[in-house]
Design a protein around this ligand. Structure first.
Ligand SMILES: C[S@@+](CC[C@H](N)C(=O)[O-])C[C@H]1O[C@@H](n2cnc3c(N)ncnc32)[C@H](O)[C@@H]1O
Ligand SMILES: [Zn+2]
Length: 1011
């Protein structure tokens, strides 16, 4: 027994950098290792196993340096550890060794290594001599946490509200440990049988070419009709006409318009020499351009026309099987045996005939169901798709706007026929009912879901890799205008055979490392399930506020699973038997587009849900137990909602560890700083006798604690927004110690108020760091502080924000277009860097930066996102349309003496104020040509003339324009003026992302400074 007061390792230290590195180098590296549980079935934002394993061991094991640490534990640890690493003699040495072991074991390559497994389980046994501890995760999702609990020899209780999650959990935590490697064998055997049968039955739908080549993928476009008078041409909706865009092979489509009535567009496959040879796509942001007459069809009309075709993924045939409209085949990708590389050809009648056969087969299946009196489920999923909308989690869905009202509408007829066939065969196995058949059928159902994920009409062709992007590359269902359908009778892409292989490897790997089974329960985390004080550890990863609409997303799989595993006890809504989909009402998520029993799922709903779930967790935990919660969210609102829930539920934070678990661009919202780290907060039940805290004392303690923490984290490579959110942990250690915190007058201080202070302290520390001065906040003007803080927050933990952005855009350019989102996204054309408004405001306010004053001059705010103007945009603000040349000429005309940049810029800034933002309302035009050396100050004391930032930017622009003489003159004058110019320029040189134009210009400009 470890005494309650004895600290656990995770409360004193943690190898954050090494664990982050281990996770990123294996689990999060593309291609991900085979056998990794996440490759079995999609679950959104899964936690990496390595970080869960490491944190869990940190919670389970006592700190050997704690005077209360049991001697027996230390002895056993000294006996065990030498199997995998050296151990120091002292307690500190033992602690280092334990932390080193935790770090090494977090690497996927060691996760099934028998020596590591033995040591880990031995250590846990030594810490819990009374028997294996119980680890509880009430938001278990894809099951990373409970799986790790089983791996290190604990008992695990995993629950989730979602039936799809529960099925994944059952397979991982119950079926695989129970049946072991035998299950993999059975799966492989039955999988091969089903695959062979299905291929025989589907062969006629994927005819080979007469010359023996195999079509492996069909590239389709949805179509609409041009509504211009006298036109009526069919418009294939195509985002890009590239077919293959590789360095050594380039193919694309070009077209000519046949002057028939209506005009017809004919395609041709060709080999483009340059980008320019390839015609521009026909659709962007739901606006379609007619290739015949050039007119544009507006989004409402595009949507209406597609809605009339239920999304338009299917061909429309006449009664004789001739295509009259609907989806149009653009090209067919083929492969010949013995030949390297793919070929691209135009479609033939053969392809449409095969699709026609699929239509007839599907109609026959539905007919039979109708004739049988519609008994049981409709074979094709007819459950409704999510309505979507709003600014919360529902923004992920736009399919209904295009008429895809039923889940079946997301598939082509041929895809439906193939999936129905697989479902039927798996269902027959499931109905046998013996334990092995049931477990095998469940695994086959996972494989079938994987097939569906890659084979629906929202799967996009990726011309740069010649492959298929799966639907859930993002946590959304965006429209894909031109989509790819693969041949499910060949193994070039994700067919059933491949999917089964993935699952087999997961079973084998998991069975080799996990022998003990866990318990799975479908339940609402807010409701009591376990007895009081039954758990030793509560470790969970709750929903990320509005980031992932789990229930709606999971319906994509749920509707198929119901048909594959008919009557499965987990595949239902336990709270509402009439609901044909996954439970929605109890899902904890912020999504104001949804109303449940008259209640909107707003912030208060999320907050109270969290509080109830954590109160329940507190009830279940033993008094000497310990907890941990993982959280990652890019807004302060999300954080406040989670934290206030935690504190209200009676927990206190005792440590917090940000671990880099994402590759820069993954979890990031495109408009905000990359969040690469998720914060792991270590929790203890707050003692009943926790007293009232004194606000002044809390405030006195805060800067020191936050300052030390920032230093440590920066040493471990944590940067920018990750660093900001990571500071919330140690700050809360101070605040959550008390049952409440009061001012001297006895007023209770709210969490929101406290967090404002935390932001201020972090902001001040950051400014001090980047602007160098003892009090960075006071020394330079507001705009310099704003830009410095902005760029500091944008820094990303995994290298470089600008690079991440570039890579991501490349990725997405081809994949999918959610025009809804595009409208919300700040203009990409302008480029520049962007942060969520709320984050900028939090920093700015306490540091005396008034954002509205810099609107149009330094920043641009739109739809909750603040964008830093690029240096090119600043050129217009500073110098007007004439650009830097005019300034250069003026400076060159009078090269001696101080450069009167103020005058020039003053005019511009005044004009700019009139052009942009709120300055116009203040009528800054009044200052035009005032002629004096020192310009009158604007409202709020903003200098209307040039600020230090303006001057640094002016110098960068002269550099860009190649006006060396003018630049030299300006720099000479600035160096004479004082140290501010160089101080800011040097700070910016370190802050602008590597590879950015700004970084290049400021560095080059600094080289020209006279020494
Ligand atoms: C962040 S995910 C957990 C991910 C998991 N740690 C993993 O690695 O896959 C949060 C989970 O909370 C679940 N959830 C949402 N509301 C819930 C509720 N009221 N009760 C239980 N689970 C809920 C969601 O279904 C989702 O699986
Ligand atoms: Zn037209």
């Amino acid at each position: 027994m470890i005494a309650k007061e004895c600290k656990r390792l995770a409360e004193v230290d943690f190898p954050i950098a090494k664990v982050g590195e281990a996770v990123l180098s294996r689990e999060k590296k593309f291609p991900v290792p085979r056998g990794l549980p996440s490759t079995m079935h999609q679950w959104w934002a899964r936690r990496p196993l390595g970080s869960c394993r490491a944190v869990l061991l940190g919670l389970l094991l006592p700190d050997p340096c704690d005077p209360l640490c049991p001697e027996e534990f230390k002895q056993e640890a000294r006996r065990l550890l030498p199997r995998v690493r050296g151990v120091g003699d002292s307690d500190e040495g033992l602690r280092r060794s334990l932390l080193g072991f935790i770090a090494d074991f977090s690497n996927w390559d060691n996760s099934a290594n028998p020596a590591f497994l033995e040591v880990a389980r031995g250590l846990v046994r030594a810490a819990y001599s009374e028997g294996p501890p119980l680890v509880v995760d009430p938001f278990a999702g894809g099951g990373s946490i409970p799986l790790e609990a089983l791996r290190v020899g604990c008992e695990a209780f995993a629950s989730d509200l979602n039936p799809v999650a529960c099925l994944i959990l059952k397979v991982m935590l119950e079926d695989i440990p129970r049946h072991g490697p035998q299950l993999a064998e059975e799966l492989r055997r039955v999988g091969a049988e089903i695959k062979a049968q299905a291929e025989r039955e589907l062969a006629e739908l994927y005819p080979r070419d007469p010359d023996g080549a195999t079509p492996i993928a069909y590239l389709w476009a949805r179509t609409v009709r041009c509504e211009a008078p006298n036109c009526g041409a069919e418009i294939p909706l195509v985002r890009s006409f590239w077919l293959c865009k590789k360095a050594n092979r380039r193919r694309a489509l070009r077209y000519k318009v046949e002057k028939s009535r209506p005009p017809r567009v004919e395609f041709e496959v060709f080999e483009p020499k340059t980008e320019k040879d390839v015609p521009a796509g026909t659709v962007a942001r739901a606006k379609a351009r007619c290739l015949a007459c050039g007119r544009v069809l507006l989004p409402e009309r595009v949507r209406t026309q597609l809605a009339a075709q239920r999304g338009g993924a299917d061909v429309v045939f006449d009664e004789r099987g001739r295509r009259t409209g609907g989806a149009r085949l653009l090209a067919v990708v083929t492969l010949r045996s013995g030949e390297q590389g793919r070929r691209y050809r135009l479609p033939t009648e053969r392809e449409y005939e095969a699709v026609w056969r699929a239509h007839q087969r599907l109609a026959a299946v539905l007919d039979e169901w109708e004739r049988g009196g519609r008994r049981g489920l409709c074979p094709v999923p007819d459950e409704r798709t999510p309505q979507g909308g709003g600014s919360g989690a529902g923004r992920a869905f736009s399919v209904q706007k295009y008429g895809m009202l039923r889940w079946g509408d997301l598939f082509t007829a041929r895809q439906k026929v193939a999936l129905l066939l697989l479902a039927e065969k798996i269902a027959a196995l499931y109905r046998k009912g013996d334990a092995m058949s049931v477990a095998t059928a469940e695994l086959l159902a996972m494989a079938m879901d994987k097939v569906a994920d890659f084979n629906c009409s929202l799967s996009a062709w990726r011309s740069s890799n010649e492959d298929v992007g799966h639907l859930f590359g993002r946590q959304a269902l965006p429209i894909v205008w031109d989509f790819v359908e693969t041949n499910l009778c060949c193994s070039s892409y994700m067919d059933f055979g491949r999917a089964v292989e993935h699952v087999v490897e997961v079973v084998n790997h998991t069975a080799s490392a996990v022998r003990r089974s866990g318990q799975v329960h479908i339940s609402d985390a807010r409701e009591p399930v376990l007895p009081e004080e039954s758990a030793h550890i509560l470790f969970t990863d709750p929903p990320y506020y509005d980031a992932v609409p789990y229930a709606d997303l999971s319906d994509f799989f749920f509707v198929w699973l119901k048909r594959t595993l008919p009557g499965h006890p987990l595949l239902r809504d336990p709270f509402d038997p009439g609901n044909p989909l996954t439970p929605k009402a109890a899902e904890i998520v912020q999504n104001e587009a949804v109303q449940v029993n008259g209640q909107v799922k707003d912030r208060a709903f999320f907050e109270s849900g969290m509080a109830r779930a954590f109160r329940e967790g507190r009830r279940v935990l033993q008094d000497d137990g310990i907890g941990a919660v993982v959280f990652a969210h890019k807004t302060t609102e999300g954080w406040e909602a989670l934290l206030s829930g935690l504190i209200r539920a009676g927990w206190t934070v005792t440590a917090s560890w940000p671990i880099t678990t994402e590759m820069g661009s993954r979890l990031r919202a495109r408009e905000s700083a990359a969040l690469a780290a998720s914060v792991h907060l270590v929790l203890r039940p707050r003692p009943e006798e926790a007293g009232v805290g004194d606000w002044d004392e809390v405030l006195r303690e805060l800067p020191g604690r936050v300052g030390d923490w920032m230093e440590r984290l920066q040493g471990e490579g944590i940067r920018g927004a990750d660093l900001v959110f990571a500071c919330i942990g140690p700050a809360l250690e101070i605040f959550s110690r008390y049952s409440r915190v009061e001012t001297a007058e006895g007023r209770e201080v709210t969490l929101a108020e406290f967090l404002e202070k935390v932001w201020e302290v972090v902001g001040r520390a950051a400014l001090r760091q980047v602007l160098g001065a003892a009090d960075g906040a006071g020394a330079l003007e507001e705009d310099a502080r704003l830009v410095a803080l902005f760029l500091w927050t944008l820094q990303s933990t995994n290298g470089n924000a600008a690079q991440a952005e570039a890579a991501e855009e490349e990725d997405e350019a081809e994949v999918a277009e959610d025009e809804e989102e595009e409208e919300e996204r700040p203009r990409k054309a302008g480029g520049g860097y962007a942060l969520v408004y709320d984050v900028v405001r939090r920093f700015a306010q306490p540091l005396g930066i008034r954002l509205p004053d810099w609107e149009g001059r330094v920043i641009e705010t739109k739809k909750g996102v603040v964008r830093l103007l690029t240096i090119r945009e600043r050129a217009r603000v500073l110098f007007g349309r004439e650009g830097a040349d005019l300034v250069a000429r003026r400076i060159e005309r009078a090269p001696r003496g101080p450069v009167q940049l103020e005058l020039l810029l003053a005019d511009r800034v005044a004009e700019a104020g009139a052009e942009y933002g709120p300055a116009r309302r203040r009528g800054t035009r009044g200052s035009r040509g005032s002629g004096s050396d020192r310009l009158p100050e604007g409202e709020h004391g903003i200098p209307r003339g040039a600020t230090t930032l303006d001057r640094v930017h002016a110098a960068m622009l002269l550099q860009a324009a190649g006006r060396a003489n003018a630049l030299r003159a300006l720099l000479r004058s600035e160096v004479e003026r004082g140290p501010d110019f160089l101080r800011l320029a040097n700070a910016l040189a370190a802050l602008y992302p590597k590879g950015s134009e700004e970084r290049r210009l400021v560095e080059a400009m600094l080289l020209a400074v006279p020494r």
